[in-house]
Design a protein around this ligand. Structure first.
Ligand code: C2E
Ligand code: MG
Ligand code: MG
Ligand code: MG
Length: 280
């Protein structure tokens, strides 16, 4: 009896696994097609605000995919598939080109684009990024590449050399999701980064958990010593905003201020907010 149940359980398990593999294969094939035809993919933009005065400081590009059958997919649904298949390389270039072209129309504010470790391992990275900047007319100083610690901890020296080469052109390197993963304050000092973004998990817990408060304090304090700005992502409440402001975070981003905006909404937002301030 138990044996039969066990076998049934195993069958259900392999069936679920099978389904997952099938879905991944399907997503990969569909994504390949959508990249080739530039259809169904879109870049959303989420504003970042300078804490003092809450002035618009920049926009972060976030990929979206309108799948013909599954509907609107979020990065968590397709970025892993893109990374495993290598499709993240052409996808990343497409996102960068879209975002640079869009933001070149709006002077002054910065553009942040997320880069996966897989993209950083590409030999043509520096060449491709610079080519896209030239084509779109966006000044390198306005571009911020958001990378995670895992990416710059890469033992591959070539990756670090590529980041150095990008920085030499004026492009900024931002350490995203700081506090997760391997995280260590010493990484902030050891690697040349231009900005650090505190992961939203700490922001989420900041009003209830003293450990999160301590971490945000420590990161902000060290960043101040090194002389780089600190962004807090995932700010959802006025209480969180007030605490982060008091601690001294220099930039805030989150649903409290704005959700990621479609290209049309982002353009409306940029042309409508004459002083680019947000009173949230
Ligand atoms: P991330 O770069 O850390 O981006 C922040 C994520 O938090 C975004 O999710 C954003 O929509 C979400 N978010 C913003 N404000 C709030 C808030 O107040 N509360 C909560 N709960 N969430 C908030 P999204 O767009 O689903 O992107 C998830 C991740 O996927 C990104 O994390 C980034 O690592 C990756 N990603 C997105 N677009 C790209 C891309 O074009 N290329 C690469 N390589 N990765 C991307
Ligand atoms: Mg990011
Ligand atoms: Mg982040
Ligand atoms: Mg994050």
């Amino acid at each position: 009896q138990a044996k039969r149940e066990g076998r049934g359980c195993f069958r259900r398990f392999t069936a679920a696994l099978d389904e997952q593999i099938q879905r991944s294969r399907r997503l990969e094939a569909d994504l390949r097609e959508c990249i080739a035809t530039a259809s169904g993919l879109e870049v959303y933009y989420q504003p970042l605000f300078a804490t003092a005065g809450e002035t618009l400081a920049g926009m972060e590009a976030l990929a979206r995919w309108h799948h013909p059958e599954f509907g609107l997919l979020q990065p968590a649904d397709f970025i892993p598939v893109a990374e495993e298949s290598g499709l993240i390389v052409p996808l990343g270039k497409w996102v960068l080109e879209q975002a640079c072209t869009m933001m070149a129309r709006w002077p002054d504010i910065s553009l942040a684009v997320n880069f996966s470790p897989v993209q950083l391992r590409e030999e043509a990275l520096v060449h491709d990024v610079l080519e896209i900047l030239v084509r779109s007319g966006l000044a390198p100083e306005r571009l911020q590449l958001e990378v995670t610690e895992g990416a710059i901890l890469d033992t591959d020296k070539a990756v670090r050399d590529r980041l150095t080469a990008l920085r030499a052109t004026g492009i900024k390197i931002v350490l995203d999701d700081f506090g997760t993963g391997y995280s260590s304050l010493t990484h902030l000092q050891k690697f040349d980064v231009d900005k650090v973004k505190i992961d939203k998990s700490f922001v989420h817990d900041i009003s209830s958990d003293s450990e999160s408060v301590a971490i945000v304090h420590a990161v902000t304090g060290l960043a101040r010593v090194i002389g780089i700005p600190v962004t807090a992502e995932g700010v959802e409440t006025a209480e969180q905003r007030n605490m982060l402001r008091a601690i001294g975070c220099t930039e805030l981003q989150g649903f409290l201020f704005s959700r990621p905006l479609s290209p049309d909404d982002a353009a409306r937002f940029l042309s409508g907010t004459t002083k680019w301030t947000n009173a949230a």
